[in-house]
Design a protein around this ligand. Sequence first.
Ligand SMILES: [Ca+2]
Length: 363
Amino acid sequence: MKNYTLINLIVAICLCSFLSFCTQNKKSVHTSDDDLDSKITSLNDITFSGDTSKTEMVYIPGGRFMMGGDNEQASKDEYPKHQVAVNTFWMDEHEVTNAQFAKFVEATGYLTTAEQKPDWEQLKKQLPPGTPKPDESQLVAASLVFTPPSEKVNLNDYSQWWSWVPGASWKHPKGPESDIKGKENYPVVHISWDDAMAYCKWAGKRLPTEAEWEFAARGGLINNIYPWGNEHVNKGKPKANSWEGSFPDNNTAVDGFKELAPVKSFAANGYKLYDMAGNVWELCSDWYRDDYYQTINSPNGIKNPQGPADSHDPDEPYVPKKVARGGSFMCNDSYCSGYRVARRMKTSHDSGMSNMGFRCVRQ
Ligand SMILES: [Ca+2]
């Protein structure tokens, strides 16, 4: 019973908050296969690569749109639907790939959140007061790996399909024995918001705001449910890498992919953006607040919203969270319907997972 409780605590810690940290304290970082002294973990130590090209980016014309839920699947935090204007910007046409992230790591020596030993002093700030410290053996560099069960499980218990795997990281997505050879063109995963910010700084780019992301995902259509329009995700030709069948025990993979897919495996939307639905969740710059749309709704609309000043997730009030959008290979209608353009997801800034990635924008 004791072990069972501990595992649940670790999984709970992992899913919601995790492992951050200490972006300032390089010397406290532990990693198994690299020279610590050459590693960079602080955003302050990242410098711009100097590349100002817009290779593999597409131009997104600015404009006005109605942001928020479009159908009965929308949750409370997608309302009220409200008028937003965004300026023009450029956006990566696909999610950042393993090859692109590898270039960044090679150039900077950056060490991701998942590759660092968690600091309990930081971690406990994101947990309810009095949460006991897990055993030292659990506080190791690790990440959350999707481990599908073989039979139907309670969808409220995410520990049934997530495992805290020591040694899992972007380079070893399933754990130390796995690698990304031959997967250069797949989206990089096990990336925290802090990691994404570091990459963007090196690339001379930034993360999209939540409003920019949704405007871009709509692809010039109006009040559309998906990036391609309104045809249901599971009808007709496969349009996104999602979960078909029973989640999380049986993926029939009608779209051709049980887990991640190479970027650009499906048709682009109206702005020539690929995979704005499915494959991996994409991190945005904004803090997440469940009531944010209520606070900015006005008859005249709002221009270039940057998100709230702070975060609030009623499900986990101690954990400051950032917004993620677009859904992943794990989404289906019974669970998150994350492939809807209006669907909002949240994640702590220091969490990495098997289905979390990003793409960048620049002016
Ligand atoms: Ca799929």
